[in-house]
Write a protein that binds this ligand. Structure first.
Ligand code: SAM
Length: 550
């Protein structure tokens, strides 16, 4: 601890008292050497802890570092004497490096988009949390001293995250009442002002729904120099915090933990209720409100723990499907005729932390399809999601379509899809669970023109009928089969000069006014792969910018 610094946290008091005890022991010959050695050891541990936490916590950003230096070097007594601040603000008010990083981490982990801070001081905590917010995130900081807004703003302006902070000057209680009236709600709240009012802020926030379900409240100084649990305490702030801790720990609406960081940081989570009344209205705490098995809709789209494969996964739509399934949490096998392409997508997925393997298979060959499925089961123990996407398209006028072209197209597009459905389906039927998603085409519905592609159109219509048949045959054994029919997808090939007249023709047929991007199809595959679509089977999900309707 620096010389002259006044103890403020339980640890600083321990260090202060141990130092004093050690000094007395050192000056007294009758103190046993063993006691002196124990005092020395206790002092070394306690005095080294805060510095070590500082060193082992990643460095703060430049603007935060500047804010810290500007705050601790400012003459706060002078500011008060000159009438710039109502309170005597001690520089120790500042949240500081380690606690700021904890708040930033919590904002990150809770994926907060809107944060409320009660008591901003010079904005260290506010800027730390703002650094974790997404671009369109907002942090509203309530601060009674207008001087502090002027103090902090120039540094907020230097940070790319400063624009996310809105400072509301005035009494925090008035500000949060206004926010509640405006129907605002927050994902995270930091209470750090006006200790005697902590209970009121807390109650107001929960009673008025200012914190979303599952949202968190962080509360500073909840150990209050250890006085919250020491006997014979008369300090009003300590007694207010003791009462606050008691109220929170017996409130069934929340769960909480008190972390002995600096002067104590309590983290409180608002629990989803089993029954509740808000403003005299009884809330229907059913599956719609609480989510199916407690999972809200975005969580129901997650694919954590699921095993998927994507044929034709080395490029285009298949690659986009593989990324989407992996981002949603599945392990993904990339299957392609071209081993290099399969491997490249596997590398991309691994970079994103997605477990992935590359497999080579020609989907029209039963042995190769069986080997593909066996390899996945051997490595990951199951197949939950089968994306049968491999396909080819060749153009020719129908009177000239060769049997070779017809057979080749049908071999990959229809026989391949059947073989994959059958091999994966056998595993899924045994598991009692599976999601098969076949790639069909808008060509299953309309006859795209002016290009001529009889074999393709017919094979894709076959994929839809195959999907409908399997979708009804297997659903009672837990296997859902659906297909996606994309419209014309924008690929590098299409940008060649010779194809431009054709592209213009297509565009005039598409209400959306553009070709499909592979990313337009990604949410659909995640939906069909997830439990959220369990009631859907044999469906042809058409994504074509409206083209089949004109
Ligand atoms: C402990 S400091 C906050 C530290 C800050 N959270 C940080 O990250 O550095 C408390 C702040 O609360 C402000 N404050 C005190 N009473 C208030 C009230 N009733 N309404 C709004 N702000 C208040 C004080 O002016 C002071 O700046």
């Amino acid at each position: 601890m620096q010389a002259g610094k006044v103890s403020d946290t339980p640890l600083e008091f321990i260090v202060e008292y141990l130092s004093k005890a050690k000094k007395i022991a050192d000056g007294n010959a009758s103190v046993p050497e063993e006691l002196r050695s124990y005092l020395q050891k206790a002092l070394e541990i306690s005095a080294g802890l805060d510095d070590y936490l500082e060193q082992m916590t990643n460095r703060e950003s430049e603007p935060l570092s500047e804010l810290y230096s500007k705050t601790v070097s400012h003459d706060w007594e002078k500011a008060h004497r000159e009438g710039k601040t109502i309170f005597h603000l001690p520089k120790e008010c500042i949240t500081g490096h380690v606690e700021g990083q904890v708040l930033k981490m919590l904002a990150h982990l809770s994926k907060a988009r809107r944060i409320l801070e009660i008591g901003m001081f010079t904005g260290y905590g506010a800027l730390s949390m703002a650094e974790a917010l997404p671009e369109d995130g907002r942090l509203i900081a309530c601060e009674v001293e207008p001087y502090l807004k002027e103090f902090a703003q120039p540094i907020f302006d230097k940070s790319p995250h400063g624009k996310k902070i809105i400072v509301k000057t005035g009494s925090a209680m008035d500000s949060i009442k206004e926010l509640a009236e405006a129907g605002e709600q927050f994902d995270m709240v930091f209470i750090d002002a006006d200790k005697c009012n902590y209970v009121n802020y807390y109650k107001f926030i929960l009673d008025n729904n200012l914190l979303r379900l599952d949202g968190i409240i962080c509360v500073d100084n909840t150990l209050f120099k250890g006085r919250v649990f020491l006997q014979d305490v008369t300090d009003q702030n300590a007694l207010a915090l003791r009462e606050f801790n008691g109220i929170v720990s017996s409130d069934p609406r929340v769960e909480q933990v008190l972390i002995p960081l600096r002067d104590g940081l309590t983290v409180i989570r608002r629990l989803p209720p089993s029954s509740m009344t808000l403003n005299q209205t009884k809330v229907a705490c059913d599956e719609v409100f609480r989510g199916v098995k407690g999972k809200l809709i975005l969580d129901r789209l997650r694919l954590d723990g699921k095993v998927a494969y994507v044929t034709g996964g080395g490029q285009g739509i298949g690659r986009a499907f593989a990324h989407a399934l992996g981002e949603a949490g599945a392990k993904v096998a990339i299957v392609d005729m071209d081993p290099g392409k399969a491997e490249a997508v596997t590398v991309e997925l691994r970079l994103k932390g997605i477990q992935s393997m590359a497999l080579t298979a020609d989907v029209s060959e039963p042995d190769q399809v069986q080997r593909m499925v066996d390899s996945i089961v051997a490595k990951w123990g199951a197949v939950h999601i089968a994306c049968n996407n491999a396909g080819i398209n060749m153009n020719s006028a129908s009177e000239e379509t060769s049997l070779h072209e017809w057979d080749q197209t049908f071999n990959v597009n229809l026989r391949g899809t059947f073989l994959c459905c059958q091999a994966a389906g056998r595993i899924m039927l045994k598991q009692g669970y599976g999601k098969i998603i076949n790639t069909a085409s808008m060509a299953s519905l309309i006859v795209p023109h002016p290009q001529k592609q009889l074999a393709y159109n017919t094979s894709k219509a076959g994929v839809v009928k195959l999907t409908q048949t399997l979708g009804t045959e297997w659903i009672d054994r837990g296997v859902r089969v659906n297909c996606i029919s994309p419209g014309i997808v924008d690929t590098p090939l299409i940008h060649s000069e010779s194809l431009q007249p054709l592209v213009q023709r297509w565009l005039s047929d598409i209400p959306a006014g553009r070709l499909a991007h592979v990313t337009d199809l990604q949410a659909a595959v995640v939906y069909l792969a997830s439990d959220a679509s369990d009631y859907m089977t044999g469906h042809n999900l058409v994504i074509e910018g409206g083209q089949s309707l004109w």
